[in-house]
Write a protein that binds this ligand. Sequence first.
Ligand SMILES: Nc1ncnc2c1ncn2[C@@H]1O[C@H](COP(=O)(O)OP(=O)(O)OP(=O)(O)O)[C@@H](O)[C@H]1O
Ligand SMILES: CC(=O)N[C@H]1[C@@H]2OC[C@@H](O2)[C@@H](O)[C@@H]1O[C@H](C)C(=O)O
Length: 361
Amino acid sequence: MSYYIGLMSGTSLDGIDLALIEQGGTTRLAATHYMSMPEELRQEMLALCTPGPNELARSAIAEQQWVQLTAAGISVLLEKSQIAPEKIRAVGSHGQTIRHEPALGFTIQIGNPALLAELTGLTVISDFRRRDIAAGGQGAPLVPAFHEAIFASSERKRVILNVGGFSNLTLLSPDSPVRGFDCGPGNVLLDSWIQKHQGKRYDDNGSWAASGKVQNALLQLMLSDDFFSRQGPKSTGRELFNSSWLQQKLSVLPECQSQDIQATLLELTARSIVDSIATESIDDLFVCGGGAHNLALIRRLQALLPSCKVSTTQKMGIDPDWVEAMAFAWLAHCCLEGIPANRPSVTGARGLRVLGAIYPA
Ligand SMILES: Nc1ncnc2c1ncn2[C@@H]1O[C@H](COP(=O)(O)OP(=O)(O)OP(=O)(O)O)[C@@H](O)[C@H]1O
Ligand SMILES: CC(=O)N[C@H]1[C@@H]2OC[C@@H](O2)[C@@H](O)[C@@H]1O[C@H](C)C(=O)O
């Protein structure tokens, strides 16, 4: 039995998820810890997602702050778990994505793994995405291999849907290779719109969206973006779906109420997911990520997919809030064991590759 820690600092920039797993023949979640991102660091990470002055030095400073925070979080996690640090085989650290441009051959996750190894005395694995991009892939999504390992069924066709800042799904069919891709903006536009109009970080339960009316012209205009009609492999990020993208769509239509725009953004999230699997007959859809708490979204997904059972990964015994962090702990295990963890059928890479760079304790 080995123990690994997974760290996920996702694109919604809400905070850092830490999960400790026990890895034997199966994967078990042993302890968790969540740290919200301090506002100043969050603003700087957000600013670093777009070109700006002195960004090389600024990202090097920001990543050190991120590591200080994360190292403190690992101490708390270990304390909560009552597992001795010597028992931890490695930490899988995703880092913070500040750019994702696979078409230009790069993706950037910051998070100074050398400093994290130094501060924690633990082996750290990071840089999970670049080898896949080097092999011609998208470098994302990477969680499908983990979803396959823990959620696949020999009888049922399942979709595992992660709704974080962006949404991505994994298609698990009993008789064909795993598929997966990013579907579009998960919460990122919903979060920025409610922040702008109500000063809230997110739309709790999707209730503000549920109070508005979907604007069909706006929905169709948004859905006409090329990204949605493209088949996978595909991945996306703030480079495409950001406030300017939304403003550009809004500028060509008559003004409407802000809650109606929130309702339309929620519908965009739901439709971008459902349209991408319209030709599949899915038995079950299991949601994970923060979007699993958005009741209005879950209801819409169920309404749009009447013949499929929509629930969260909790139904299969895995708390939806911890699936991604568990995946990065598992990816660290794969790296140390020399197990290839990209899936060419998902990312489009030329072949299977072992992912990650090792910073020994
Ligand atoms: N109670 C809730 N109601 C509605 N939405 C919620 C709720 N709780 C969390 N969320 C949404 O989930 C988001 C965070 O999700 P998550 O932590 O999965 O994102 P992430 O890991 O940053 O993203 P990614 O998967 O893109 O890397 C929040 O920004 C918010 O929009
Ligand atoms: C470049 C990057 O950080 N992509 C994230 C993001 O968040 C959701 C979606 O976009 C997914 O492609 C990916 O994260 C998950 C963990 C993945 O790689 O599977």
